[in-house]
Design a protein around this ligand. Structure first.
Ligand code: FAD
Length: 283
């Protein structure tokens, strides 16, 4: 189980993949996983479409990671995709009976095509409600999400961390952060979490910027800040994709070195199915 690695194998290194779109060939993700395996990550997490559209593939890919690659799989699951308790119980039973012992319990955002009313009346309101039922069902190693630069709906760091404490107390074994580019923001968040009594491992999540076009999406989705020196590099190499990619990868490497020098519990790389990215950072 992943939670045991934090005692035996610190720092813990992990990767993240997402199931390919429903109308694309699924072979490529399995080929990528065979290559990710050569990097010997402690675990690989598999995302879950907020509306449940990836459910079958998330399960199939997690099962491949666990049973064919021999690497711990962390399956993401979102409240927005759970209509009732039976759905949850069956999903968890499928995981457990197939040897998967790790799950990341998430609220998820409002899926495209779901009305405000439907989203507001979801079966589990907060990730903490889902996590309580996961813990009751099977002895999974359970992860939760956290936000060094505050979740977009929270009014302040204090409020967000107070909510995080509720979630952790429901049985979270370790946390993975939203991606960030400013290590100082992570250290501030970690101090606040520790002083609030959150003492479980926290994996900082990193994602290299590889194209200028990515920046807008990243800011919109995560709300994270881009430090000046990274922004200058992006502007400088805007017309030179190869240089921009290298600058983005090197920035993430420096971020990782600094975090490790500060004794973090490990590094979660938002590798997003890109083997070369993971190789460059983790080699
Ligand atoms: P919660 O912990 O429920 O928090 C959401 C908001 O509610 C916060 O503002 C929090 O302060 C507030 N809150 C929490 N508890 C309470 C409470 N008891 N009372 C009042 N307010 C409360 N999305 C996907 O769709 N699929 C994925 O696979 C996926 N993977 C992710 C992986 C990581 C590591 C991270 C960081 C995010 C991921 N997301 C994913 C995005 C995530 O679903 C969204 O960020 C979502 O908006 C919040 O999810 P959460 O689990 O953090 O929610």
């Amino acid at each position: 189980m992943i939670k045991d690695y934090f005692h035996k194998n610190r720092p813990v290194y992990s990767l993240e993949v997402f199931p390919p779109k429903q109308d694309t060939d699924i072979t490529s993700i399995y080929d990528s996983l065979d290559k990710f395996k050569e990097l010997h990550p402690h675990f690989i997490s598999v995302t879950y479409g907020a509306g449940g559209t990836t459910s079958e593939n998330t399960f199939a890919i997690a099962s491949y990671i666990q049973n064919q690659c021999g690497i711990e799989a962390l399956t993401h699951l979102t409240c927005a995709a759970i209509p009732d308790k039976l759905f949850l119980t069956n999903f968890l039973t499928n995981l457990y009976r197939n040897g998967i012992r790790n799950i990341l319990g998430l609220r998820g955002d409002q899926p495209r095509g779901m009305s405000d009313e439907q989203f507001a009346s979801r079966y589990y309101e907060h990730a903490s409600d889902l996590i309580a039922d996961i813990k009751d069902a099977y002895p999974f190693s359970v992860a939760g999400a956290c936000y060094p630069e505050i979740h977009q709906e929270a009014a302040s760091l204090e409020e967000d961390v107070a909510h995080l404490k509720i979630k952790v107390d429901k049985g979270v074994d370790f946390l993975i952060t939203q991606l960030f580019y400013d290590n100082e923001a992570f250290f501030r968040f970690l101090d606040k979490a520790r002083s609030t009594g959150i003492d479980i491992p926290v994996l900082p999540g990193l994602m290299p910027i590889m194209t200028a076009g990515q920046v807008k999406n990243i800011i919109e989705l995560s709300g994270c800040a881009i430090p000046d020196h990274l922004r200058h590099a992006i502007d400088k190499y805007r017309d030179s994709p190869a240089d921009l990619k290298k600058a983005g990868l090197d920035y993430t490497k420096q971020q990782m070195d600094d975090l490790l020098a500060h004794g973090v519990d490990g590094i979660h790389l938002y590798s997003m199915n890109k083997v070369e990215t993971a190789k460059y950072i983790f080699d």
